[in-house]
Design a protein around this ligand. Structure first.
Ligand code: 13P
Length: 262
């Protein structure tokens, strides 16, 4: 099976409506339609609606960065997955910034994944260890726990459609941004796929897309995209810069071209 390389730009809490619209305009100019590359933009919740009207759907899909796991009710300040159904194709769930700053625990992440699936929005589930956990040798146990809980209550076909982003927390610019060695990342990504195989079988494991979500830019992305189990990247800071983000998409395209499946 020939999966499309998935490049997701997580804009985090940056850009008001007009700045976001300008960035999208520039990305439209620079990024071409590539059959084997899927480009997804995750702007703030506020900006999803205006961008959904501006976006060229042949080039980009939209993702939400978060949502609440109940479909409707008295939950002041929250937005449900149900409300996002026509706006977002994907939703980022369990990003380390949400786990650490907003105390999202394993059960909440599991409920959000289930709510996304229930509402037909594809989860991009983020998993990954802190520097402290890595140094204590707890990476595998933590990945196991995060995956086992988040994927509970899903079917194998739900899992094969979804996306898992491996984000070593210490390699995200917010939390230190050390450059992770692709050879180390490769082992953890292989472990993640193996975990999915143990839980949901080989077919789900080979189909689920696994992204690298530590810091990357147009200069470093290639090393991660070369990892056998890596189906794409979840980009933070570099996705706010249209030169860098389109450079990342170009790098992915060149790699597909070189391997003969443009
Ligand atoms: P940076 O690329 O800014 O380090 O962020 C990575 C990330 O958190 C992607 O979701």
């Amino acid at each position: 099976m020939n999966k499309r390389t998935l490049i997701v730009g997580n804009w985090k809490m940056h850009m008001n409506t007009s700045q976001a619209s300008m960035l999208l305009h520039r990305l439209h100019e620079r990024i071409k339609i590539h059959r084997n590359i899927e480009v997804v933009l995750a702007p703030s919740m506020l900006v999803l609606q205006p961008l959904s009207m501006q976006i060229d759907r042949r080039k980009f899909r939209l993702a939400a960065q978060n949502a609440y796991h109940k479909d409707e009710g008295a939950f002041t300040g929250e937005v449900s997955f149900t409300m996002l159904q026509d706006l977002a194709h994907y939703v980022i769930i369990g990003h380390s910034e949400r786990r650490l700053y907003f105390h999202e625990d394993l059960d909440l992440v599991r409920d959000k994944v289930a709510a996304a699936v229930r509402n037909g929005i594809m989860p991009i589930l983020c998993v990954g260890e802190t520097d402290h956990e890595r140094k204590a040798g707890e990476t595998r146990q933590l990945l196991h726990d995060q995956l086992t809980t988040a994927l509970a209550n899903l079917t194998a076909s739900d899992v094969e459609e979804m996306v898992i982003a491996y984000e070593p927390v210490w390699a995200i610019s917010t939390f230190g941004g050390q450059l992770a060695k692709p050879s180390d990342v490769a082992k953890d990504m292989e472990f993640i796929r193996k975990q999915v195989a143990d839980l949901y079988g080989k077919r789900a494991a080979s189909r689920v897309r696994i992204l690298y979500g530590g810091s990357v830019d147009d200069q470093t992305v290639r090393g991660y995209l070369e990892i056998e189990d890596c189906d794409g990247v979840l980009v933070g800071g570099a996705s706010l810069n249209y030169h860098k983000f389109s450079g990342i998409v170009d790098a992915a395209y060149r790699m597909r071209h070189e391997s003969g499946d443009e």
